[in-house]
Design a protein around this ligand. Structure first.
Ligand SMILES: Nc1ncnc2c1ncn2[C@@H]1O[C@H](COP(=O)(O)OP(=O)(O)OP(=O)(O)O)[C@@H](O)[C@H]1O
Length: 292
């Protein structure tokens, strides 16, 4: 059965998608302030005294750094999945100490991989997520029909409507990543936290996903934080770069000022060149690991 047919069976109007996930008027931008955030696992501190004065809505921050630097841990802390000391304020409201459920109304988090063994289709997972946590801050409950409409419109926009009726356990790695992104976006967060959203995607989908994340960030005024290992994608799509090394912030600022051979040598331990291509995009070429 096609997604469209199934959608109509579920009572979804087959009108042109003028719905929530079409391009629209920019929404009011949010603001996230992180002060002295310290967190880890049990007694082991991983991220120490992380302060980011102001992450503005409508902008993408790329969180970079070597393996084990603490990037995923920091995202989990922002999502409220780990106990933390310090402050995380969204539009002036303290998030630390709030319940996971209360935080999830404002902040959504896409982990590196979706949990295995979930016997739901992509559409069922999205509808379930929407009904459990209606979109947006203080959103009203949505009916099954509204949830199905929203979910289908989002899948269309992501270019994966053809996967609507496929079981999550039958998806390829890249398709699972796209389904995970849909689950993060469907609740219409104010803060969008994405952990390596493009690591399993082919070249076309990498660009498509980053472009869509950029469009939605601008349109909806989202504070978007994306962990990336691909520095070229970070240079191209991020407005702001934060480099984490061994649990502390080593560098922060605009891509051009932050992605420098000196930073790449110090934090990643490689000799590298940073040049502009004929299209004006920054290109990072790692030449060799540095000794020691
Ligand atoms: N669930 C956990 N329990 C205990 N320690 C953990 C857990 N998850 C991660 N760590 C430790 O925290 C440190 C930072 O891990 P984290 O996954 O945050 O790094 P990362 O920068 O995201 O790395 P990568 O780029 O490899 O994904 C590592 O030393 C790791 O072993």
């Amino acid at each position: 059965m096609s997604a469209a047919l199934e959608a109509s069976r579920m009572g979804v109007q087959q009108r042109p998608l003028a719905g929530e996930w079409q391009a629209g008027t920019p929404a009011a931008a949010s603001r996230l302030e992180i002060g002295g955030l310290t967190l880890g696992y049990g007694r082991r501190i991983i991220v120490r005294d992380c302060t980011l004065a102001s992450l503005a809505g409508g902008h993408i921050t790329a969180l970079l750094g070597p393996n084990g630097a603490g990037k995923s841990t920091l995202l989990r802390g922002l999502a409220g999945l780990l106990p933390a000391r310090g402050s995380v304020k969204l539009n002036g409201q303290e998030m630390i100490g709030r319940s996971l459920e209360a935080r999830a109304r404002h902040i959504t988090y896409m982990p590196q991989s979706l949990p295995q063994g979930v016997a739901l289709t992509v559409m069922e997972a999205l509808v379930g997520a929407l009904k459990a946590s209606p979109p947006g801050a203080g959103g009203l409950p949505v009916s099954g029909r509204e949830a199905a409409e929203l979910a289908l419109a989002l899948l269309e926009r992501l270019g994966i409507a053809h996967l609507a009726l496929v079981g999550l356990d039958r998806l390829s790695g890249g398709q699972r990543q796209m389904a995970g992104l849909a689950q993060a976006l469907v609740r219409k967060p104010e803060v969008l936290l994405l952990d390596e959203p493009t690591s399993a995607l082919d070249l076309r989908y990498q660009l498509q996903v980053m472009r869509l994340v950029q469009q939605l960030t601008r349109e909806k005024g989202l504070v978007t934080v994306v962990v990336l290992h691909d520095l070229g994608l970070a240079a191209r799509f991020a407005d702001h770069i934060v480099v984490l090394g061994d649990g502390t912030i080593c560098a922060e600022g605009e891509p051009e000022r932050t992605l420098t051979p000196a930073m790449l040598a110090e934090v990643y331990g490689v000799s590298a060149r940073v040049e502009r291509c004929s299209h004006g995009h920054l290109q990072i070429m790692a030449d060799a690991p540095l000794a020691g």
